[in-house]
Design a protein around this ligand. Structure first.
Ligand code: SF4
Ligand code: SF4
Length: 118
């Protein structure tokens, strides 16, 4: 019978390099996260949505990070909505798609560039 290799895990400690804020993709905001972020920036909620977000066909709001650019909320390599950034950001890299059921980050699943991953 073929032996199964044990899973290998990564440890994680964020270096605050900001690299993950400059990857092409989408940052999703819940309604509550929109309220919090617009409050931090002292912006009217609708202005915040108009300035930063798009809405998909399911009614979900998202901010686009284009190729070769960074998230609009990254200024001088710091997130200006850090204390209330979206859960997508605050939970990275502890995302279901990268973890086992015990919350370990699996080497077999996490294939992104992140200097905090060892
Ligand atoms: S890429 Fe990794 S180490 Fe760098 S800021 Fe993002 S989570 Fe932290
Ligand atoms: S919201 Fe903040 S943490 Fe999230 S991608 Fe933008 S700058 Fe980075």
């Amino acid at each position: 019978m073929k032996e199964k290799f044990p899973e290998k895990y990564y440890s994680f400690s964020c270096t605050k390099c900001g690299y993950c804020c400059c990857e092409e993709g989408y940052v999703f905001f819940t309604e509550e996260e929109i309220d919090k972020a617009s409050n931090i920036l002292n912006m009217d909620r609708q202005d915040f949505i108009f300035s930063y977000l798009e809405k998909d066909e399911f009614g979900e709001y998202y901010h686009i990070v284009k190729k070769d650019s960074c998230c609009s909320f990254l200024i001088d390599n710091l997130c200006i909505i850090q204390e209330d950034k979206p859960s997508q950001c605050s939970t990275f890299p502890y995302w279901d798609e990268y973890m086992d059921i015990n919350g370990n980050i699996l080497k077999s699943k996490f294939k992104r560039k992140c200097p905090g991953i060892k």
